[in-house]
Design a protein. Structure first.
Length: 191
């Protein structure tokens, strides 16, 4: 779909150029680089890393609890297998063993559900942040294109559905990526 639109735009550019009706002003931009080098992307990634670290910590703590419970279960199993126990004591240990096993299953299930839910939340938050960052970049790009009177701005980092770059060649003189990066990072905190 995107490739078809870009192809139509390129044909339109070539048609205008051949007719000579007006001069077409075209620029390129590297959207991958803008996204990668924008300081807010780093901030979002750091926030994601912090949330992942908290999830890992919570997981480790719960895994430790599960491991302790497994040790209790093993101890109860050994006690249950003791041939010197009378039937009443064996029955009591067996009931404790069953309860501990059910507790372990519930704990494992609860941990898995918790981690799945939290990972989904972190992923959704990251997607929201990235959408916001992309909207900021796109807004600035549109403002720059209008201010400098560009007819078309092409993303030179974009690939077609066959993973071939859509824009195969452009002069660097038409690339506005550096100027946009400077504008985007003007409010970046000093390191």
């Amino acid at each position: 779909m995107k490739t078809g639109i870009l192809f139509a735009a390129l044909i339109a550019v070539m048609s205008f150029a051949q007719v000579g009706a007006q001069e077409i002003k075209v620029a390129t931009v590297d959207m991958k680089r803008l996204l990668k080098d924008y300081y807010r992307t780093d901030e979002a990634q750091q926030e994601l890393n912090e949330k992942q670290a908290l999830l890992t910590k919570a997981n480790n703590e719960k895994q430790k609890q599960i491991q302790e419970l497994e040790e209790e279960i093993n101890t109860l199993r050994k006690q249950f297998e003791d041939p010197s126990l009378n039937e009443a004591k064996k029955k009591e240990i067996y009931e404790q063993l069953q309860l501990k096993q059910q507790e372990g299953i519930a704990m494992s299930r609860s941990l898995k559900e918790y981690l799945d839910r939290k990972r989904r939340q972190v992923q959704e938050e990251m997607q929201r942040q990235m959408r916001g960052i992309l909207e900021e970049i796109t807004k600035l790009l549109e403002e720059k294109a209008k201010a400098d009177d560009y007819d078309f701005v092409f993303d030179k980092s974009g690939n077609s559905t066959t993973q071939v770059p859509v824009l195969l060649y452009s002069k660097d003189t038409y690339d506005i990526t550096e100027g946009l990066l400077k504008e985007l990072n003007k409010d970046a905190p000093k390191k």
